[in-house]
Design a protein around this ligand. Structure first.
Ligand SMILES: Nc1ncnc2c1ncn2[C@@H]1O[C@H](COP(=O)(O)OP(=O)(O)OP(=O)(O)O)[C@@H](O)[C@H]1O
Length: 274
């Protein structure tokens, strides 16, 4: 049961922000049948930063797209803020969920401000001066300067492009933010800056975040919980230290192989993660 409060949708108290039940994803072609998710369950509570990790092709991106309503699972249910995704519609999803796509390119013919404002302008419910004002607030919220507003995407660094895409994802004040590889392709300094920004936005806006990342630094600096996708389902969703201790070949390779030392250092460095 969801309640609507001044335009903000919140699940009934104690109910998960996202609840995935017995989800199946099967892709079929005339020649083959390919099962990506099999009876997958996952719940995300309000205020969490839940990171999803898993091997290549385990269906992490597909899962994010299903939460957003862009793809329909073969079987099972997904509830977002207490409502079945299937009933949310495109506008409903946009006001509840912000999404930062891995290759979330900006519109190259639009300025920074026009890119940020785009989802709000599309709604056609607010006067354009107000849309501009809201977009300026978001621009500054992601650490860009007012003079960046009229720049074109081709004039921006990789870190700035991510910030513009993030401001666009947050334009409707969604309580839930989905991030697909938020720091991929950024140099270490830009990546650190972006992680710091994500952490402060998570805190200041009381966001719930679901993130897919392969990057251990991003993972340990932000996650309150890690869900591991393997064997077509979530094999564990727990605090980082408990995930690392869980016996599974993927977890061993991911956290305790060559990268393991860094994982252990990060675990000591970020008490947030334990
Ligand atoms: N529309 C589709 N039709 C057929 N197969 C698809 C479709 N979308 C995704 N797949 C397949 O489903 C599997 C899961 O894809 P997905 O992109 O979610 O993986 P991932 O876990 O995000 O992988 P990576 O870490 O490599 O990005 C892949 O094998 C992919 O090829």
């Amino acid at each position: 049961m969801a309640v609507e409060l001044a335009g903000t949708y919140l699940p009934a108290s104690g109910a998960p922000m996202v609840d995935i039940r017995k989800l199946w994803t099967v892709f079929t072609t005339p020649e083959s049948r390919f099962v990506v998710h099999e009876n997958l369950d996952l719940s995300v509570q309000r205020g969490e930063v839940l990171s999803i990790v898993g091997g290549s092709g385990t269906g992490k991106t597909v899962l994010l797209r299903q939460i957003l309503g862009l793809e329909t699972p073969s079987k099972g249910e997904i509830f977002v803020l207490g409502q079945p995704v299937a009933q949310m519609g495109q506008k409903g999803a946009a006001s509840r969920i912000g999404m930062l796509f891995q290759h979330g390119a900006l519109f190259s013919a639009f300025s920074v401000l026009e890119n940020i404002a785009f989802p709000l302008r599309e709604l056609k419910t607010l006067p354009s001066a107000l849309v501009r004002e809201v977009a300026m607030v978001k621009l500054q919220m992601v650490g860009l300067r007012p003079e960046d507003a009229d720049k074109m995407p081709s004039d921006l660094s990789g870190g700035m492009i991510k910030r513009v895409a993030l401001a666009r994802a947050l334009i409707m004040d969604p309580p839930l933010l989905l991030l697909d590889e938020p720091t991929a392709g950024l140099d270490p300094e830009s990546s650190d800056g972006f992680v710091t920004l994500l952490r402060s936005l998570h805190r200041d806006l009381a966001l719930t975040v679901i993130m897919v990342t392969h990057d251990l630094d991003t993972l340990f600096e932000l996650s309150t919980r890690i869900a591991v996708l393997a064997d077509k389902r979530v094999i564990i969703a727990a605090a980082p230290k408990d995930v690392i201790a869980f016996q599974h070949p993927f977890i061993h390779d991911f956290f305790l192989g060559e990268r393991g030392q860094r994982a252990m250092e990060l675990l000591r460095e970020y008490p947030f993660a334990v």
